[in-house]
Every structure is written in structure tokens, then in C-alpha cells.
Design a binder for this molecule. Structure first.
Ligand SMILES: [Zn+2]
Length: 460
């Protein structure tokens, strides 16, 4: 695909670069000025063509969704390793990790009353199947855990539907992760949730769910926003809602997988490491282009551009594509365990896992001293508007090493559309703009390079 280059943006960009370079000339030491020129080269290279978007499209079109335990995931990683070697990256390798292996079978929800129809669903990760005959029951719709408590006497033998409107991901996702446990506590035979998202074109969203050995493991699936609101209206009118739920989901033994690692070794302090990456696994629907192939490719392309431009920083820059973020976090935990000896030399960990939409900056978890340095470095990104450093942030995959004291940061992007597609069949590369992907590459590259090239290590 030809890159839709935008001359007007480039003009603004060049003028801003020149203006900011002049401003920095008075405020920064000469070494910092050198960094500005490195940053400008990385930005220009990232925006010169659509290489990152093309690579993302090739990866997601060729290998498809990359669910833990799937052949797709392993084939995608083998291809990435070959490409990284061809790029001239250093110490390219797979670090083995065993991952859980849940399999989605056929899934079906038939509305029996008040009218007969098949409704689209997605089972939630970890759900057991229903058995071949499925489950038939009346639906009890509740709007919160509190309402379930209040109506606990009505839940026994029924299928509980949590019709909870999306507010924020963090506050709404608890119905996905905890719904099956809470419904089972009240004697429900299955639980359904309204998909966790702010907008729907009849798209169910999958995602992981938890179980508790203290209560029965009941089948757990998501339905669309449209059907959840319809069932709410039916119940409010006093109509009986009767359904048949059939799910053939099941578990297999743990499977072999890996974290993919590639580096540029530092020129002065090779043992000190800046890590950047995302998770290479995805859900089993759609292609996981924004969650999180985009984050992986942004980090990978950032490293490739440093290599191509001959920008070898003082410290090692390491790209990691973690496996099994979605339904286990085994890759992230394995990385912490395998690299425990060198965690004290992990200078910074950066993750992109919110989609590679227009980048704004980074959210940082670390000391005030680190925050101040990162805020200064953020100024290198002012020309492309992605240098805003805010407090609080990180990522699921870098969480385990952040808990061991490694400063962490997450790429902040325009989040207005991410949860429309998150964990749905619609997560395809066409939802991402090549220009935004290039900006995300530039943002990751400039930050990682500058931190790795600081005269002194980033304070903890
Ligand atoms: Zn993700």
C-alpha cells in the first residue's frame, strides 16, 4: 500500500523541530543537544514510509490471531525471529515459556422466549463447556453485584446476565473477571455479561475470567450490548426471557511457547538494559492487530531504526515480545524469573499495549527523580506531540519486574476507539492508521534511545 504522506504535517513538523532545537540550545547541555539530533533522525525515519504498518499488516494477515497454545502463535514468533535476524538485530532468541491452553469450541445462545433466535456470543477465557445438550434456563438481568445481592433469592437455577454499562475498562471488567464466581455463589447455572466496551456494531468481546474452587465453575460468556439492553427491556416489561446456552469449550495440557527477545548491545554499559515491548499473544478472534501486535511491532521497528541509523546507545536496548498476557501472564512472570539476576540493571521498562493510535506520551511509575529526567526527555518528542509525561502507568507484561523495583512506563495514545475493537472479531490492522503507527514507533524509539544513552543511569 502506498503511504498516505501528509506534507502539511511534515512542514509543521520540520518548523517545530527547528524552533525547539533553538529553544533547547539555551536550556540544555551540549550532550542533550546531540540527543535532539538523534531524536530528529529517528522521528524522520519512522515517518518516512509505512514500513511499520506494512509489517504489522503482514504479521496479522499471515499468521492471524495468536492465542496461547495455538500453532499460529508459534509460527508468528518463528517468522519474527527470522526477520529480526535479517534486520541485523543482536542476540535474537526465543526464551521458552509453558502457557495454558484453553480452546474455544462451538458456542451458541438460542433465545427461546419471547421470540426464537440465535444470538451472537463469545465464551470468556477459561469457561467450561455446557455439555452437549447445553443448558436451558430463564435469564435474570442485574445491573451490578449489589443488585445481584438484593435479588439473590431469584438467581438459583437461572442464567444471570450482568447488564453493566461501560464506564472505564478497569471498573467494568470486574463483571467479566468475577461474574461467574458471583453468579455461582447465588446458585446460577451460567452467567452472561454485557460485552465490555463503550460502542457496539453487534460485536461481542471476549476476555479472561476467573474461577474460585469454593463455588461451582459455571459457563460464562459475553453477549452484545444490543442483546443485553434488549433483555433488560424485556425483564423491565415483565416478559419471561428463556434461553438455551451451548458451549463446547475445553482445556488441554499446558503448551510450549516463548518470549521473543532482540537487542542492540550498549556501547559503554552493555549490562545496563532498557526494555521495551508488548505481548505477542492475542485472543483467538480477530487478528489481535491492536492488542497487541501493534505494540510489538512499534518496539521492534524502534530497535530496527536505531540499528539502521547506526545509533548505538551507551546501554543495551532490548525488545521483548511477551507471550500469554491475555490468559495467564506466564511470559511476563517467566521473564522476571529468568532475568532476576539482572533486574537491578534494568534501567527502564516500557510497554505499548493500548493500541498504536495517535501517541500522546507516557505514563510513568518511578521516583520523582526519574520522573523529572523523563519529563526532560519528553521534550525531544514535542515536535510530534507525543512528549507528555504523566504520573502512573506501566503495563501488564512489565508489571512483574516493576514489582521488583524497575521503573516502568506505558505508551499513552488517543484512547477514544481502542475499546470499540478490543478482544473482538473486528481487531484488524485496517483500524490503525499508518501515520499513527509511525508516530508510535518514533515515540518508543526516541524515548528508549535517549534513556539508554543518558550520561548517568536513570535514577530509581
Ligand atoms: Zn493487550
Amino acid at each position: 500500500m502506498h503511504f498516505p504522506f501528509r506534507p502539511h504535517i511534515l512542514t509543521v513538523f520540520v518548523i517545530t523541530v527547528l524552533a525547539s532545537a533553538t529553544l533547547f540550545g539555551t536550556a540544555f547541555a551540549p550532550s542533550a543537544l546531540a540527543r535532539q539530533s538523534d531524536a530528529d533522525r529517528l522521528i524522520e525515519a519512522a515517518l518516512a514510509d509505512s514500513a511499520a504498518w506494512e509489517r504489522l499488516a503482514y504479521l496479522t494477515d499471515t499468521f492471524g490471531p495468536r492465542f496461547s497454545g495455538s500453532e499460529n502463535l508459534e509460527r508468528a514468533m518463528d517468522w519474527i525471529v527470522g526477520e529480526m535476524k535479517a534486520d541485523g538485530l543482536e542476540n535474537v532468541r526465543k526464551e521458552p515459556v509453558m502457557v495454558p491452553h484453553w480452546v474455544r469450541g462451538r458456542e451458541e445462545l438460542l433465545l427461546l422466549e419471547p421470540h426464537k433466535r440465535s444470538l451472537d456470543i463469545l465464551g470468556l477465557g477459561g469457561s467450561p463447556g455446557t455439555g452437549p445438550g447445553g443448558l436451558v434456563g430463564d435469564v435474570l438481568v442485574v445491573g451490578s453485584f449489589d443488585e445481584l445481592e438484593a435479588r439473590a433469592g431469584e438467581a438459583r437455577g437461572k442464567i444471570v446476565l450482568f447488564n453493566v454499562p461501560f464506564t472505564s475498562y478497569g471498573s467494568t471488567v470486574v463483571y467479566r473477571s468475577q461474574g461467574a464466581i458471583r453468579a455461582a455463589e447465588k446458585g446460577a447455572i451460567a452467567s452472561l455479561i454485557r460485552s465490555v466496551g463503550p460502542f457496539s456494531m453487534y460485536t461481542p468481546h471476549t476476555g479472561n475470567s476467573a474461577y474460585d474452587d469454593a463455588v461451582p465453575r459455571i459457563p460464562h460468556a459475553s453477549i452484545t450490548m444490543e442483546d443485553a439492553m434488549m433483555m433488560q427491556r424485556m425483564q423491565d416489561r415483565g416478559q419471561r426471557i428463556r434461553v438455551r446456552l451451548r458451549m463446547e469449550d475445553y482445556w488441554l495440557p499446558d503448551a510450549e511457547s516463548a518470549n521473543v527477545v532482540a537487542e542492540i548491545t550498549g556501547s559503554e554499559f552493555p549490562d545496563e538494559i532498557v526494555v521495551l515491548g508488548g505481548h505477542i499473544d492475542s485472543w483467538d478472534v480477530g487478528t489481535g492487530a491492536m492488542d497487541d501486535a501493534g505494540g510489538c511491532v512499534a518496539a521492534w521497528e524502534a530497535l530496527r531504526l536505531m540499528k539502521e541509523l547506526g545509533l548505538r546507545p551507551k546501554r543495551t536496548v532490548r525488545v521483548v515480545m511477551w507471550t500469554n498476557e491475555e490468559n495467564g501472564l506466564r511470559g511476563a512472570n517467566a521473564y522476571r524469573d529468568m532475568h532476576r539476576e539482572e533486574l537491578h540493571n534494568h534501567i527502564l521498562a516500557m510497554e505499548s499495549d493500548a493500541g498504536v493510535f495517535t501517541p500522546r506520551g507516557f505514563g510513568v511509575t518511578g521516583s520523582d527523580a526519574a520522573f523529572d529526567v523523563l519529563t526532560q526527555i519528553g521534550k525531544l518528542l514535542e515536535p510530534i506531540g507525543s512528549g507528555t509525561i504523566t504520573r502512573g502507568g506501566g503495563g501488564a507484561d512489565i508489571g512483574p519486574i516493576m514489582n521488583e523495583g524497575v521503573p516502568g512506563m506505558g505508551l499513552n495514545v488517543d484512547g477514544s476507539r481502542y475499546f470499540w475493537y478490543h478482544h473482538t472479531k473486528a481487531d484488524y490492522v485496517d483500524k490503525l492508521d499508518p501515520w499513527d503507527v509511525g508516530l508510535s514507533v518514533a515515540t518508543m524509539a526516541v524515548m528508549a534511545h535517549a534513556v539508554a544513552d543518558l550520561p548517568q543511569r536513570l535514577p530509581r
